[in-house]
Ligand binder design. Structure first.
Ligand SMILES: *[C@@H]1O[C@H](CO)[C@@H](O)[C@H](O)[C@H]1NC(C)=O
Ligand SMILES: *[C@@H]1O[C@H](CO)[C@@H](O)[C@H](O)[C@H]1NC(C)=O
Ligand SMILES: *[C@@H]1O[C@H](CO)[C@@H](O)[C@H](O)[C@H]1NC(C)=O
Ligand SMILES: *[C@@H]1O[C@H](CO)[C@@H](O)[C@H](O)[C@H]1NC(C)=O
Length: 383
């Protein structure tokens, strides 16, 4: 094509998006030569670069990392907007990246973010809007430095990063936040957040502005898989209740629970007085709940914390599901009678539907049987 058409040749030589994947076995010099040649040509010709993506596999030589530093610098000088780096043990020169004026998106996989002392003059005016870190090693200071020096950041993704004990996220500009981190305590302070997708073992502490009008359209998804070390007890439900009542409404909560301690409903209600959490969809994974369901206050505590409008269940044990459905029916019955939990919001009605949204009028064991067969009936709860 280049022989046939000058236009094509020109277009080919000045492509604005550069994506390189190099397997650095023994002869990495040969393998990286082509990248080096291309990058030098872009440097000489000052050819604009829009996206620079580099994936190096089996790269561990310091000389190679020098080369990467050089390419990175060329990309930044040539106005790169989107930077994607994917390789192990590379210490990303974060100050150089933060000093770049043109960059709007930074994606790092498997790299190491060098510690930066706060006195080392982090530039406060870079244009980064999106940052995504997965499997990156960094510490608490680095994370906060990163967020502090990106006043325009709107989207932040953090997945399986190591090096931090406590996850603290503080940013006023952040709108979209996605976190997949297990075994971490998490504290989120983002007054303008509209979307939070959180997967972890601890329920995060959330601090977002209640008055914000954007909150009406906010979307919060919580996937919680408690670790074996953190027992489900009164304190856990207090935390869940607090999390859910923080924004006025929560879209989706998925819980996978096992092992539950005695729950004191009085304490739970006292703790969250005046604030009620509402959840659009509660996905309850009951695969390990055979014992929990025996705990007399568990269902009370769960419903009181979540107030789900729709309930979806996963289980293989008919007895466990039957127990749960009976509990729900009993609660519905009690709300009509004089018996009351002292709740402000009582369960008025519960209806089961099948996959085609047809109303099911079945006994609890029959419903439970369908659930364990994977037919996915769901429940609509009217509060
Ligand atoms: C995550 O990083 C570690 C060490 O940096 C590495 O050993 C591991 O293979 C990476 N995992 C994935 C899924 O990339
Ligand atoms: C998470 O990171 C650890 C080490 O940092 C690594 O061993 C593991 O493979 C990673 N898991 C995923 C799902 O990337
Ligand atoms: C729950 O806790 C309160 C005090 O916080 C106590 O008075 C009450 O006896 C407890 N209830 C149960 C069932 O342990
Ligand atoms: C609920 O009330 C209905 C009749 O109103 C009754 O048939 C059913 O057994 C009750 N269920 C429970 C779990 O109390």
């Amino acid at each position: 094509m280049s022989i046939l058409s000058k236009t094509w040749l020109q277009a080919w030589l000045t492509l604005p998006k550069l994506e390189f994947t190099v397997l650095c076995w023994e002869d990495w010099e040969d393998r990286t030569k082509i990248v080096d040649t291309i990058m030098e040509r872009y440097e000489k010709g000052k050819i604009p670069i829009q996206k620079f993506e580099l994936s190096l596999f089996f790269a561990d030589s310091p000389e190679l990392f020098h080369l990467v530093d050089k390419w990175l610098l060329i990309a930044l000088q040539n106005g790169v907007k989107e930077l994607v780096l994917h390789f192990t043990s590379y210490r990303v020169p974060v100050l150089t990246i933060l000093a770049a004026k043109s960059l709007s998106e930074l994606v790092l996989h498997d790299c190491i973010l060098m510690p930066v002392s706060l006195s080392s003059g982090v530039v406060n005016y870079n244009s980064l809007r999106k940052i995504s870190l997965s499997n990156v090693t960094l510490d608490e200071n680095m994370l906060q430095t990163l967020l502090n020096s990106c006043p325009l950041i709107v989207s932040f993704i953090l997945e399986n990063c190591s090096g931090m004990k406590v996850l603290k996220i503080k940013s006023d500009s952040l709108k979209v936040l996605k976190i997949i981190q297990y075994y971490k305590i998490c504290d989120i302070d983002a007054s303008n957040l509209v979307s939070l997708d959180y997967t972890g073992s601890e329920i995060p502490e959330l601090n977002i502005a209640r008055e914000s009008s954007q909150l009406k359209n906010s979307k919060i998804i919580l996937h919680c898989l408690p670790s074996f070390s953190s027992l489900i007890n009164t304190a856990w439900f207090c935390k869940l209740g607090k999390f859910l009542s923080n924004p006025s409404s929560c879209s989706e909560v998925s819980l996978c629970l096992f092992e539950c301690d005695e729950i004191n409903m009085t304490d739970l209600q006292m703790d969250n007085i005046g604030s009620t959490g509402w959840v659009d969809v509660l996905n309850l994974n009951m695969l390990l709940m055979n014992q929990i369901i025996e705990c007399p206050t568990f269902v009370d505590a769960l419903l009181w914390s979540c107030h789900p409008r729709r309930l979806d269940l996963i289980s293989f044990a008919i007895e466990t599901v039957t127990r749960l459905i009976d509990c729900l029916m009993y609660m519905k019955n009690s709300s009509h009678s004089t018996y009351s939990h002292g709740w402000n919001n009582q369960l008025k009605e519960i209806k089961a539907f099948d996959g085609k949204n047809q109303l099911l009028q079945l006994r609890s064991e029959e419903l439970a049987k369908r659930i364990t067969e994977g037919q996915q009936p769901y429940f609509i709860l009217d509060w």
